[in-house]
Design a protein around this ligand. Sequence first.
Ligand code: S3P
Length: 443
Amino acid sequence: MIQPARLVTGGLAVPGDKSISHRLAILAALAEGASEIVNYSPAADCESTLGCLRRLGVKADAEEAAQGASRTVRIRGGGLDGWKKPSRVLDAGNSGTTMRLLTGALAGQSFNSKLTGDDSLRRRPMRRVIAPLEQMGARIRAAGDGPGGGGYAPLEITGTPLGPIEYALPMASAQVKSAILLAGMFASGATTVVEPVRTRDHTEIALAQFGATLRRDHLRIEIGGRPRLEARQIAVPGDLSSAVFFLAAASILPGSKLLLLGVGMNPTRSAVLDFLVQIGASIRVARLEERSGELVGDLEVAGQDAGRLRGGKIGGADVARLIDELPMLAALAPYTEQGIEIREAQELRLKESDRITVLAENLRRMGARVKEYPDGMRVGGRAEADGARLRGAEVDPQGDHRMAMALAIAALGAEGESTIRGAECVTVSYPKFFEDLEAVLQR
Ligand code: S3P
């Protein structure tokens, strides 16, 4: 249950980046020796990755830090050929990144494996990773295969030697790119991926950190076959995709002032900051530095008086650079003057839920004006609502963590109390979200 709040104040370190944590865990498990990942994400998704790696015979121990906020994971890898045939099915839970990246890393192994996930993940398209991997020689059987088959988990992977390919990605997807790059390490030569637009490059950065041979030329990435990965000690930056909920909360509640510490600021992820500043938010980046190849900084955000956030339009190449932040931007739109239009974002329909439909339904329940498009949505601002505020409502995030958090923030500025059904789904990316939010709220 969410009561409206007056403002947010204080300082906060959001948990370690989910996207980066997956990659570091998988690469540490393929490296030779003991790696240490500091500030590993507490997300259930990243636990799923560790669980799968353990079933592949990898030793991975998590150690909680004193305050319980940051945790260190130690992973002992045995090199590219160190994984063992799993005796049980590998369960990726709710995590698309776990399933797609591991499919790439498992295709070229000398053993067979099977990957599955929860109800949501078993409805998400896997053909997009299976198709390029098959071109490399992989043998993967998916449920729903056959003529016009969908390619859904469970995936049965028959380990087999792989050959290099050059592959032009038909969609902007860092997960598909990463699956091919991971499989490329098991191929007999250099594998090339060409992206349609730039997507998050955490895999490329992490591969370079672990010593893989990688060449990048704008949208073209080449990885050499059979690299020798060396164990590393690396710290994970705070997750900007989690920080965005606090940036939004502060921006819509006048008088707010928040300091978010050590947030990942990789330019392939940070378009949300550009957009928020462009529509009138007050965000300052302090202490920007590079750590293990990733940009990290502190963010200072201050609340804006009603009417100061203008609203605007998002589309084109920006979409890939803020795809996971779009739910929060849609839920922030009623607090802007002109509203927010999101287009060319059909990928949103293929996430943990159909995020366009789920957002439209729930924001309408709170009184927002929403127009749905096949590739996006327009959420009206204050001008369209004659200045009327959102009203508290009972909303249903459909088990999707980012829906739950975006709706919780929208509820803070609404009139009356809101109820979020199944709000515990936030554990997928941010188990302590509600505690952290409560700690900065002033009522
Ligand atoms: C991710 C890539 C994006 C993103 C997801 C995490 C990653 O998905 O939405 O939350 O870690 O590579 P796509 O690759 O499907 O665009």
